[in-house]
Design a binder for this molecule. Sequence first.
Ligand SMILES: Cc1cc2nc3c(=O)[nH]c(=O)nc-3n(C[C@H](O)[C@H](O)[C@H](O)COP(=O)(O)OP(=O)(O)OC[C@H]3O[C@@H](n4cnc5c(N)ncnc54)[C@H](O)[C@@H]3O)c2cc1C
Length: 373
Amino acid sequence: MAETLEADVAIIGAGPAGTAAAAHLGTLGIKDVLLVDRHDFPRDKTCGSGISPKGIETLKQLGVWEDVAEHAYWIRGIRIVAPGGRDSWQSAGDVAEAVVCKRRVLDHLLLQKALSGGTRFIPHFDAAEAIEENGRMLGFRGRDGREVRAKMTLVAGGSHCRVGLPELRPRRTIQAIMGWWDNAEFRPHHVEMIFDRMIEPYYGWLFPESETRVNIGITYEDPPDGKKNARELFKRFLDKHYAERLANATQVGGFRGHPVVWSYKIDKLTAPGRIAIGESGLMTHPATAEGIYQGMRSGMLGAEAAADIIQGRRPQAEAFERYEKGCVKAFQLSFWGGGVFRKLVKTNALDWLIAATDQPIVQSATAKLMAHM
Ligand SMILES: Cc1cc2nc3c(=O)[nH]c(=O)nc-3n(C[C@H](O)[C@H](O)[C@H](O)COP(=O)(O)OP(=O)(O)OC[C@H]3O[C@@H](n4cnc5c(N)ncnc54)[C@H](O)[C@@H]3O)c2cc1C
C-alpha cells in the first residue's frame, strides 16, 4: 500500500514562494511542515534571477540575505533602450541596489533556511491531484500513489501546477525565452532593459550573473489567434541588439523558454483547506514579469494565514480574508502601475523620459523607478 504522510501544513513546490512560506512557518511556531517538489535541489530554474530592492528586503526578513549576498552579483545601474531607440546608461546610486542570484543558488539557500527551521522536504514528489471531501482540500496524491494529508495546503507550484488550486480568475501569459553566455561584452554591475517594437509591450534584458557570465532573454506576448516562433524572434532580437557583443562569447547550454502567468486582479486565492501563493496565485508583475519578490512575500503572508488557523487565532474565513487583503496591499498598486507602463511603452513616452535623463536628478530618479516598479 502506498505511503501516507501527515503534517500540519503541506506545501506543493519549493520555489521562492514555497520555501519562504516554509521558513516563515518555522519562525511562527508551526514545526510540522512538509514541503514537496518534483525535483531534488539544488535545481536550475529558467529565470533572469534579478532580485529587486523589495526582494532584498524580504530576504532580510526571512533571515537569509547574508547567505544570498555572499553568492549574488551586485547591480548598481541600468541601461534602458526605449522603443524609439533612445539609449541611456543610468546610475541607481547607493539606495536602489539590486542583485542577480542564480536560481540554483537562491532557491537552495531558501530551502536550507526552511530545513533549519524544522521543515521536512520530500524531493521527487510529483503532486498529481487534490484529495478533497465536501469541497475541502485534505491533502494531495502524488503520481506514484503516495498521499500527503494536512490541515492546510499551500499551493506553490508556479505557472504549470494547477493541483488543488482554488478557482482562479482568468490568467494571462507572458512568454519568455533566454540563454546564457560566457565572456560577452558587458558593463559590470549594470543590467540592461531593451524595449523594442518587435516585442512590445515587453522587453529584452541582459543580466550579469558573475564577472564572466550573463543571461540574455526576451519577454513577449503571443497574439490571441496563434503563437509566435520564440526562437526566431529571440534570434532577431539578439542579431539586432547583441551581435557584436556576443561575437567572441561562448553560449552555455541552449535557449530555454518558460511562460510567466499573471493577472491584474488579486482575489480568489483561497478555498477551504488551501491557499495559493506565488505564481500559482498569478502574482507576478504585469510589465516586468518579476515574480521572485512576489513569491516570497505572498509565501510569508500565506504562512501567517495558515499559522493563524492552526494555532486557533482566527477562523479560516477571517484568516483567508486577511491573506488576500495583505496581498492586495503588497502588490495591487504596482500591478496597476505595470498596466499603465505597458500602455506607455506603446507610445513615445519612454523615449521622452530618457531624453530628459540628461539631467542627473532625473537620471537617478528613473533608475530608482525602474528598480522599484
Ligand atoms: C525567463 C524568465 C525570466 C524571469 N526573470 C525573473 C527575474 O529576473 N526576476 C524575478 O523576480 N522573476 C523572474 N521571473 C519570474 C519568476 O521566475 C517566477 O515568477 C518565480 O519563480 C515564481 O516563484 P514560485 O515559487 O511561485 O514558483 P516557481 O519558482 O516556479 O517554483 C515552483 C516549484 O514547484 C515545483 N512544482 C511544480 N509543479 C509541481 C508538482 N505538481 N508537484 C511538485 N512540485 C511541483 C517546481 O519543480 C518548482 O520547484 C522570470 C521568469 C521567466 C520564465
